[in-house]
Design a binder for this molecule. Sequence first.
Ligand code: C5J
Length: 251
Amino acid sequence: GDVGGALRLRGRGRAGGHGRDRPAHGGARLMPILQAEPFPLDLDLPALGLVVIDMQRDFMEAGGFGASLGNDVSLLRAIIPATARLIEGFRAAGLPVIHTRECHRPDLSDLPPAKRNRGNPSLRIGDEGPMGRILIAGEPGADIIPELYPLEGETVIDKPGKGAFHATAFGDVLKEKGLRQLVFAGVTTEVCVQTTMREANDRGYECILAVDATESYFPAFKQAAIEMIRAQGAIVGWTATTDQLREAIGV
Ligand code: C5J
């Protein structure tokens, strides 16, 4: 069903029907230790999933929303290889990958005027740009970049807000999948990634930020977000690298 009128959920469960009750691979431990900051974390593989936030052309390519705000998108493109390795690792381990896209309905009914009118961008949300209408569902710019495109069967959550829980079925999907621990990747670190991660933390999930698979248009903001997330004994969550995560999930 359509939750809050703003849900566009594609696919069900994960591709290929391999279950999370299956060992990650050939005898891998079900509760490996992730070498994370600020301290190691016991992973519960049957309850672990990857959330890839907003790796859309509108943020990652010239002519999109990010660029319309005056940002240099090349900074974000540097994380594409690490993010691809992280996604491939979760797929190889038989663990779920959930993708999100920040976008709005073509009639803008889920776009608050306060969001549309914010700032002084060269193009506003809903305006016609080189990749179609800016941040509008179904337009080329709002889709996920080809390098990280979801597989058939992977969940894609379209979200009208910065956080993935607001006006979507994201919370229900996490429960349906039996997840308890979430790895976060995507853009931008201090906006959509951090907003989603903080709410997931409040909802009882153990959250891990993949530091080399997330990026900001402002390097200082990324660094600050990483530090504030793991400060005070992992007050929002943990941080780890793609290599550390891949090793822990046995790929
Ligand atoms: C922004 C996002 N930065 N996906 N969106 O506007 O972080």
